[in-house]
Every structure is written in C-alpha cells, then in structure tokens.
Write a protein of this length. Structure first.
Length: 133
C-alpha cells in the first residue's frame, strides 16, 4: 500500500492490476492529486482499460490548487478513454449527483455506494469485470 506525500490519500490493494483503489482520509492537496494522477497515468499506460474505486472514508474537501492542477487535469481528460468503471464509496450527496450525471454523458460506467457499502462496491466491480471480460 502506498500513500500520497502527506498521507491524506492512500492506494489500497486491489485484486487485479487494472483496478486502482484509493482511499481519501483527509483534505486533498495538490501533492495528493499529482500523486494520484501519476499512479493513474502509469496504470493507463500499462492497460488499455482500467477500473477505479475511490473510498472517501473521511473526505474533508480539497485545496484550490488541487482542483486546478494542470497535470491532473490532463490525466482526467485522457482517462475518459481508459476508465471503464468509476466507483465512489462514501461520496457527499453533491458529489454523488455529479458522478451519476457524468456516467450518463461519458463512456464510463459510474456507480456510487454509501460508506458502509464498501464490500458491495468491491463485489460489484468484481462481478462487472467478470461479465465484461
């Protein structure tokens, strides 16, 4: 398990290399976003399609610099072609609505789960991957 420079985001172990799982444990900083973007970029180079799971166990917002980071934005733009499934656990209500809406307008399958449903999120990703492979 690796973590961002200040430890507010950690990469959780995943059962397959084409699934990235991150846990947000605090306020997201520019360094966190750059680190997550780098990990994601590497995975997108290694795999044509990836799945992503974000677990917001203690999300406290993000710094303004994190929101407008240029490298992170370029990775986000390219990720649309590479991310197959994007799952968020524990997202605040406003974020859930945005995630579900983006799934309707982009070619990415999105799903949200409440924090206590984390095992269901992992199971859904495993089942969806098995059905899609």
């Amino acid at each position: 398990m690796s973590s961002a420079p200040n430890g507010s985001v950690i990469q959780r172990e995943a059962p397959r290399s084409d699934l990235l799982a991150f846990e947000v444990k605090d306020k997201i900083t520019k360094a966190d976003i750059e680190w997550m973007s780098s990990v994601t970029d590497t995975a997108m180079q290694a795999h044509d399609k990836i799945d992503m799971l974000i677990i917001m166990s203690n999300y406290e917002g993000s710094d303004l610099g994190a929101t407008f980071d240029g490298y992170a934005t370029s990775v986000k733009v390219r990720s649309v072609a590479h991310i197959q499934r994007y799952v968020v656990v524990g997202a605040p209500a406003f974020a859930k609505a945005m995630i579900n809406l983006s799934g309707m307008v982009m070619p990415v399958e999105t799903k949200t789960f409440d924090l206590h449903e984390e095992p269901d999120a992992w199971a859904w990703l495993a089942q969806s991957h098995a059905e899609g492979s």
